[in-house]
Design a protein around this ligand. Structure first.
Ligand code: AKB
Length: 310
């Protein structure tokens, strides 16, 4: 069946890879990539500032959109530098998408949530699907509010909204920026480019992570699952594996002898300390058969095999 799919934030870490995969599955012309800037992509693309609701509506009408992925976001660390813009992009633009989805009878909406919705009062080990959520960054607050609106729209308007709580995403296609988990990508580039990495988190700060191929698999599987298998529009807990900067370093240095690391924690330490260490993603496993393919070791192998440094 032909679908018209609109993706916001298509030039970001996840968007770059997801647009490619969606186009492989649904055809180039059926996936409209949008971003603030022009992208180096074949296939339909449009400049879109997601805070411009009139433009968003114009594109939804122009392409008769029936699926939206709202990937545009400011992440945890950058978000603290501009809380009003973070709220506008992460939540208000998303709320506008929900309203337009009802108005134009859009079939399905994907909302990326995050481990940033957890706070210091959330259990850190095996964080359950339903728990205490008192996020401590505007990023977490905007994403948790988005989750609540997703569930509300599902219950009130029968809108098919699906969502995942992403851990740190490790990938070699685009280097992430503005997040607290960025060290998990930066460390690979430093190992290959300069041979030294200065980490902005303490050596033993454990955080949940996921490799990009598993991230894309999770999004595609969740969105393709029969509606009756989806038991919530809140974000599903999701995890690949958990790792500390020191554990990641130890795996990299086994493969790149001589690589060194030092630690100089900054503001991001406080954010990382408020997040969970390990996640219970059993609801995703039972509802739509989520199962990651990548652990720490094969993630390190595939990253080092694919990063191109000049
Ligand atoms: C961040 O570090 O802000 C993101 C996230 C975990 O959502 N990568």
């Amino acid at each position: 069946m032909s679908r018209s799919i609109l993706v916001t934030g298509s030039g970001g870490q996840i968007g770059t890879v997801l647009v490619k995969k969606l186009r492989e599955k649904y055809g180039n012309d059926n996936v409209i990539a949008t971003d603030l800037r022009e992208l180096d992509l074949a296939g339909p693309q449009e400049i879109l500032d997601v805070t411009d609701v009139a433009r968003l509506e114009e594109l939804i009408v122009k392409y008769k959109v029936d699926e939206v992925y709202h990937l545009a976001a400011l992440l945890s660390s950058k978000g603290e530098q501009n809380i009003n813009l973070t709220w506008k992009i992460n939540f208000e633009a998303y709320k506008a998408i929900l309203e337009l989805a009802v108005k134009y009878k859009i079939d399905k909406v994907f909302f990326p949530s995050t481990i940033g919705i957890y706070g210091s009062t959330t259990p850190k080990q095996d964080t359950p699907q339903h728990s205490v959520f008192e996020p401590e960054t505007i990023y977490g607050i905007s994403k948790f509010t988005g989750e609540l609106w997703s569930e509300y729209y599902r219950n009130r308007y029968n809108l098919d909204v699906r969502s995942l709580r992403f851990p740190g995403v490790i990938s070699h296609e685009v280097i992430p920026s503005g997040g607290t988990t960025d060290f998990s990508v930066e460390m690979f580039y430093a190992a290959l480019q300069t041979g030294h990495y200065q980490c902005y988190l303490e050596a033993d700060t454990m955080l949940p992570m996921i490799y990009m191929d598993d991230t894309i698999k999770a999004i595609m599987d969740l969105m393709a699952a029969p509606e009756e298998d989806i038991s919530l529009s809140l974000g599903y807990n999701l995890s690949g594996f958990s790792v500390t900067p020191l554990q990641l370093y130890n795996e990299i240095v086994k493969r790149i002898p001589g690589f060194t690391i030092s630690y100089d924690p900054d503001d991001r330490q406080k954010i990382a300390d408020s997040w969970s260490e390990t996640i219970d993603d059993s609801r995703a496993r039972s509802d739509w058969q989520w199962k990651p393919d990548y652990d720490l070791k094969n993630t390190v192998d595939v990253m080092l095999a694919n990063i191109k440094v000049s």
